[in-house]
Design a protein around this ligand. Structure first.
Ligand code: FAD
Ligand code: NAI
Length: 475
């Protein structure tokens, strides 16, 4: 007799495992299938985010940032350390241990919530049946009343620079380097390029980033992008804009990357080349041809605003569907899909998905940037507050950057908040909450912020929208 569940989830990344737990919280019988295998050959739940993305990258960003500060900042505080050196093996051991603890924690969470975590490959067949092939056995068929597809994404591979796992690598390999490459090339000045470029630059690599677009950080507000470009240049990141990779050749000792740049064809010779030109939905072997699932022109599973596919009772969430490829966006879609399956009303407010780039300084935003507001035609006003005027930022020795708020002139509604500076990724939550509640800048102006805190910069930026900043000279 075939197994049956109320709901089967394929994929246990932040979209899938959260969906499975929420389904279980509704009292339904649920299985969550995942095939992720780490480089040590062990299977683990948590998907890209925990194993090869958000968590390991933040672990390395923290280690490399501390190393950098110990070298360059401690002296200012009067701390004498002598020679500071980096033991990459210990740093990597810490990274792997954090990943192990967290992925083990997900297995524990699934168990505690009575979710059956099944290790192996899942494939959607016609009629909401799922073919499950365990890692050590033959396929079996599982019946489900509803299915949630959460297979995630995988790095885009360029045919002109195929990954070889040694010299030309993807972001996962680049998180696991065991020595600092003296010369590092990065293709793509996107989020991965900047985060991983920062890690290895702080540890001593000479980093060249080649970026096809002429504009730096095109998705960010222009004021923020300008500050970021200045800061990264100061840190020694050599970011070459308008530079499109045309070829990459591997020799015994190096990689030669050719690109078309502003001054014509150019080449760089590096020890490792990270190709970080985006990710594609990972749907290989996910659905049978008669499953009824449809894809859009970019290979994403076609869904509506509620993540329903064209097949009744089958949802798709996370990186495999339209929208930003972010863990928290996928998790919220997981909660929504589970609630809808349980017959409840639910939804995701796609207008307030925060984005964070964990460089130093951090960059975070929510809502529209100034260009987008301008294009919308709605009259607007802006207010900014520099961290250089924040007591807390000064005490932290982290005064680069600012908070910028864009609001509608007519009803003072907050339309976008853009932060570059210390803890921007934490500060943005206030803005997300404010926008979720359709707050005005006056709401933030009248909210008490602890002193001295970085959050005061958000308060002051809200005041600055009406030229009422109190700790800064208004324009
Ligand atoms: P995934 O996390 O990719 O999980 C999908 C899972 O499904 C995988 O385990 C996969 O093995 C499994 N699977 C796929 N197909 C099948 C199948 N047929 N059968 C069984 N199992 C299957 N996002 C942030 O929000 N913040 C960050 O700081 C951040 N940092 C990142 C850093 C890096 C280097 C990278 C690469 C990504 C980062 N991201 C970050 C993006 C984030 O990792 C993804 O948005 C997120 O993991 C997507 O979640 P998901 O559940 O949709 O997919
Ligand atoms: P990305 O889309 O952020 O950036 C890719 C960059 O590569 C673009 O700027 C693009 O113009 C450039 N590019 C493309 N082809 C090129 C070529 N041939 N030559 C030179 N440049 C080229 O993609 P990335 O950095 O790979 O990250 C993928 C996704 O992972 C992100 O979009 C994000 O959703 C997620 N992520 C999120 C993080 C976070 O939230 N902090 C951290 C890391 C990744």
């Amino acid at each position: 007799m075939s197994k049956s569940y109320d709901v089967v989830v394929i994929g246990a990344g932040p979209a899938g495992y959260i969906a499975a737990i929420r389904v279980a919280q509704h009292g339904m019988k649920v299985a969550c299938i995942d095939e992720w295998k780490n480089k040590d050959g062990k299977n683990a739940f948590g998907g890209t985010c925990l194993n090869a993305g958000c968590i390991p990258s933040k672990a390395l960003l923290e280690s490399s940032e501390l190393y950098h500060r110990a070298q360059h900042e401690f002296k200012k505080h009067g701390i004498r350390t002598g020679d500071v050196s980096m033991d990459v093996a210990t740093m990597q051991k810490r990274r792997a241990s954090i990943v192990r603890q967290l992925t083990g924690g997900i297995a524990g969470l699934l168990k505690a919530n009575k979710v059956d975590g099944l290790v192996g490959h899942g494939r959607l067949l016609a009629g909401k049946k799922v073919e499950f092939t365990p890692i050590d056995g033959g396929p079996e068929i599982i019946d489900a009343d509803a299915v949630i597809l959460a297979p995630g994404s995988t790095p885009i591979e360029l045919s002109i620079a195929p990954f070889d796992g040694d010299r030309i690598v993807d972001s996962w390999d680049a998180l696991e380097f065991d020595v600092v490459p003296p010369r590092l090339g990065v293709v793509g000045a996107g989020i991965i390029g900047l985060e991983l470029g920062s890690v290895w630059a702080r540890l001593g690599a000479t980093v060249i980033v080649i970026e096809a677009m002429d504009e730096f950080l095109f998705m960010a507000d222009r004021d923020v992008a300008a500050v970021a470009a200045r800061e990264f240049e100061k840190q020694g990141l050599d970011i070459r804009l308008g530079a499109k990779l045309t070829a990459a050749r591997v020799s015994k000792t190096a990689v030669i990357a050719d690109y078309d740049g502003a001054d014509g064809p150019q080449s760089i010779e590096v020890d490792k080349l990270i190709v970080a030109v985006g990710r594609r939905p990972f749907t290989d072997g996910l659905v049978a041809s008669d499953s009824g699932i449809q894809f859009d022109e970019n290979g994403f599973i076609a869904v509506d605003d509620e993540c329903r596919t064209r097949v009744k009772g089958v949802f798709a969430i996370g990186d495999c569907v339209r929208g930003p490829m972010l863990a928290h966006k996928g998790s919220e879609e997981g909660v929504m899909a589970a609630d809808l399956i349980a017959g409840e009303t639910s939804g995701v407010n796609y207008n307030v998905v925060p984005s964070v780039i964990y460089t130093a300084p951090e960059i975070a935003w929510v809502g529209l940037n100034e260009e987008q507001v301008k294009e919308s035609g709605r009259p607007y006003k802006t207010g900014s507050f520099p961290f250089a005027a924040s007591g807390r930022a000064k005490a932290m020795e982290q005064t680069s950057g600012m908070v910028k708020i864009i609001a509608a002139t007519d009803d003072d509604e907050i339309l976008g908040v853009h932060i570059i500076g210390p803890m921007a990724g934490e500060l943005i939550s206030e803005a997300v909450l404010a926008m979720e509640f359709s707050a005005s800048t006056e709401d933030i102006q009248r909210t008490i912020h602890a002193h001295p805190s970085l959050a005061e910069a958000v308060h002051e930026a809200a005041l600055a929208v009406d030229n009422r900043a109190l700790n800064f000279i208004n324009r």
